[in-house]
Design a protein around this ligand. Sequence first.
Ligand code: SF4
Length: 345
Amino acid sequence: MPAGEESSIFSRVHESDLLGGVDTATRLPFGVTRYYAGLAASDDPDSDPIAAQFIPRPAEQVVLPYESADPIGDTRWLVVERLIHHYPDRALLLVSDRCATYCRHCFRRHFTGNGGGRVSDAQMDAVCAYLSRTPAVREILLSGGDPLMLSDRDLDAILHRLHAVDQDYLIRLCTRLPVVLPARVTDSLARMLEGHRSVWAVIHANHPREITDDFRLAARRLLQAGVPVANQAVLLRGINDDADTLEALFRSLARAGVRPYYLFQGDLAAGTAHFRVPLEKGIALMRTLRSRLSGLALPTYAVDLPGGAGKVPVESSLIRTEADAYVLRAADGSEHRYPREGLPS
Ligand code: SF4
């Protein structure tokens, strides 16, 4: 998207002075759509659950020793530029570093908004060559950044290239655009996606105030185009870490035809300790929600084990709690520690 076109759509603001002098690991651009900013009831990130997701706070400058710009170990599993192959049957393709709104809790700070831009044709050549010789991959996650920051034409071209490698690939569009800029889900985008087989949208809504009429229209367009929609929320301190808020979020998603899929424990991303919730609290919230919601509206509470050991369901993987860490079992049976932190008040 040309720079002029983008600035006419988004109220992108220069990198905030708040971030001046911050460790590069915590640097994440400031940017928000007018639509999403309009969902905030105030511009105080300490009291408004929408503002808290896009307005940087001084707490971002607090980087704990075990935090990093790559907390889930993307770079450990990078097989060619832009392609992360961690789990045998699926690979994650970083198609754009851009987002329409930069979430202050972003876990992919090593890539998001770093200026890398759109995946190039040469990078796609290498990606497709790798996939051609790796038939175990059955599913491709398009991520970044946000794949819907690409034009319909560029996204269509990427989907065609992937399906030329294997027409049976399941494609996951990992996008926050239906939440922060629902107007991006146009009829023409829906028609383009309808022309491809087996595309799912996995979106990222965290608060019931994000489930607006515009959002519901975007979800309906995707669903009518044969694109199932699932949601991955993040458990965020002061934003959605109470049962009433989560219940309202999951109920309104399910009513909009969007399956609540995961509720993620916050990753150990640099400068995000103020967002994280203790695992005990997450488990207690799930226990309450299980008594209130049917299985259709209840997501799995999961954590990405630090350093790239993989994603596990918290409740069934927690082995024990030690003084300074939770010990969880990964899918391969190995044990991993997730810090029990002294969270800033
Ligand atoms: S939309 Fe995803 S990649 Fe973009 S800032 Fe938010 S969490 Fe990070």
